[in-house]
Design a protein around this ligand. Structure first.
Ligand code: 5RP
Length: 276
């Protein structure tokens, strides 16, 4: 993540906290109660999610500064012999390198047909558990892995919770190099104010598939399904960061504790699950 800028709204250097519903105190899993920094919150959410792994699980490894805590915790449990038969599928070259270094057994790029469980981060989460993802540039692989997963668990700190997608974060849109000026124009006409993602050295950020990313400031998105369909219909756009109806669980870590939100896959209803 070091060379990947984290696009935030103008003039804002960290995402503000927002609420999806009145925050009820949750229970910390093995953590002190007060004044945790953001990385400690990310760690708490990720470690909690790893509790859902069982022996023999095929697990999708998400990308980002939150998901990496899950990778480390999985590696710790694997090394302790708690997860026999574990196999892992990484959502980016970056996390694949980290997993390999940590001694995790990786499945090659062809991937498994079905993944049991994926633990990934997100940039923004709305009350329906729809997401914006792609801040780390891995949105295409992350969506492929999410769609192949029986269960997608998202781990976030409370600053990612938003009343409406697009309020906190720009929407990443991945385009192929050919004709990308035309994609810029299309996104501009849609009202996205697209900005080509660059690295710290000013060079364009290139995804694992050799593509570019435009970060789009649509502002609060009234109809994410409609916008997602418009983006999908455009040749040259290979993926966008709207993950709609893909998260089964969201684990939120905040100063008041952990919350576990669960989406019913049939009705789409979200309910809070007790944190043990
Ligand atoms: C990478 C992603 C990340 O999951 C998302 O950007 C959250 O990252 P972090 O946990 O570092 O805030 O979508 O493409």
């Amino acid at each position: 993540m070091a060379d990947t800028p984290r696009p935030l709204p103008e003039g804002q250097d960290s995402a503000p906290a927002a609420e999806i519903s009145p925050v009820r105190p949750g229970k910390w899993h093995n953590a002190p109660m007060r004044s945790l920094d953001r990385d400690s919150l990310k760690h708490a959410a990720a470690v909690y999610a790893v509790r859902f792994l069982e022996p023999g699980t095929i697990v999708g490894l998400g990308t980002g500064s939150t998901a990496i805590h899950a990778v480390r915790e999985i590696a710790r449990r694997h090394a302790a012999g708690e997860l026999p038969g574990l196999r892992c599928f990484a959502t980016s070259s970056e996390v694949a390198r980290a997993a390999e270094a940590a001694g995790l057994p990786l499945i090659d790029a062809e991937g498994p047909a079905v993944i049991d469980l994926t633990i990934d981060g997100a940039d923004e989460v709305d009350p329906r558990l729809n997401l914006i993802k792609g801040g780390g540039g891995a949105l295409l692989h992350e969506k492929i892995v999410a769609q192949a997963s029986k269960r997608e668990i998202i781990v976030v700190d409370e600053a990612k919770i938003s009343p409406q997608l697009g309020t906190l974060y720009r929407l990443p849109v991945e385009v192929i190099p050919f004709g990308r000026a035309g994609q810029w124009h299309f996104l501009h006409e849609l009202g996205g104010n697209p900005v080509l993602r660059t690295k710290e050295d000013g060079q364009p950020y290139i995804t694992d598939e050799g593509n570019f990313i435009y970060d789009c400031a649509f502002g609060p998105i009234a109809d994410p399904e409609e916008l997602g369909a418009e983006l999908h219909a455009r040749s040259g756009i290979v993926e966008h960061g709207l993950f709609l109806g893909m998260a089964d669980d969201v684990i939120v870590a905040g100063q008041n504790g952990l919350r576990h939100l669960r989406r019913d896959p049939v009705t789409g209803q979200v309910r809070e699950v007790a944190v043990e």
